[in-house]
Write a protein that binds this ligand. Structure first.
Ligand code: ADP
Length: 259
């Protein structure tokens, strides 16, 4: 049985085709989220990648910020549940998930069976989200996927004291003008996001194992700084940005099995 998960985010569209609630047989990840053509293109790409058609799918589920505007799915599921399911599928021992996406950050705690028992969310402020990193990447003209390489070279990370993205933007520009090294600035930017999200996580009981989900998980600069901030190792999967879509495909599968 094939099930399909689509995660329509604020910045990126992700899809997963799953066979029998176990194997991932096709995926897609396209920049462009809600309100763009990316969700539609991501659906076709994942189906092509899996070598199946829409008619081969037994059930589909949509999640993510744009899930309510997507009409093609059988089920509409919250991101919290989907990240929980996706992370538990990948790391069965995981009890705490730190999800940093394009416009919010969430900390989700799971029981030993992978069921969500608590969560906290920051969706009021861009600082502490991928948005903060994307804004800084634009100013520095360094793509976010190169941030980790810069962090590795940093010996004296810059302090970013502003807690507001707009003020932090001016602060970064003035540090650039003062000749602060690019690697130190980028390490300071990654650390600023990590400390904010780390402080959010510390408001919940952080039970190991801990993993990250969402696109910012790919940034080893943030991941390492977050691990230092919470005092715990963080499990990483290259599929972390797909956890929401994996969870949606699993949700659709579980609904069929329970019928
Ligand atoms: P959303 O679901 O809100 O669209 P995602 O979980 O897909 O968000 O994450 C998007 C964020 O991930 C972007 O804001 C960007 O900062 C970050 N990101 C995406 N790819 C990478 C990468 N290769 N390296 C570092 N950061 C990345």
């Amino acid at each position: 049985m094939y099930t399909f998960g689509i995660d329509i985010g604020s910045t990126t569209s992700k899809c997963v085709v799953m066979e029998d609630g176990q194997n991932i047989v096709g995926t897609s990840l396209l920049v462009g989220g809600i309100g763009t053509r990316s969700p539609e293109l991501a659906v076709s790409q994942a189906l092509e990648n899996a070598g199946v058609t829409w008619d081969d799918l037994t059930a589909t589920a949509a999640t993510g910020y744009g899930r309510n505007r997507y009409e093609g799915a059988d089920y509409n599921v919250s991101e919290l549940s989907c990240h929980g399911l996706g992370a538990h599928h990948t790391f069965p021992t995981v009890r705490t998930i730190i999800d940093i996406g394009g416009q919010d950050a969430k900390v989700i705690s799971l029981d030993e069976k992978g069921r969500m028992n608590n969560f906290l969310m920051n969706d009021k402020c861009a600082a502490g989200t991928g948005r903060f990193l994307d804004v800084m990447a634009n100013i520095l003209v360094v793509p976010v996927d190169e941030f980790a390489q810069y962090c590795e070279k940093s010996v004296n990370p810059a302090q970013i004291s502003s807690t507001c993205t707009v003020f932090a933007e001016s602060e970064v520009i003035s540090q650039l003008a003062n000749g602060v090294e690019m690697e130190d600035l980028i390490a300071g930017i990654c650390s600023s996001v990590a400390v904010r999200v780390g402080n959010l996580a510390k408001r919940i009981n952080i039970v190991p194992d801990v993993c990250m989900s969402g696109g910012v998980a790919q940034n080893a600069g943030v991941r390492n700084a977050l691990s230092r901030s919470i005092g715990q190792p963080i499990l990483f999967s290259p599929q972390a940005q797909l956890f929401g879509a994996i969870g949606a495909a699993l949700y659709a599968y579980q609904k069929q099995v329970k019928k």
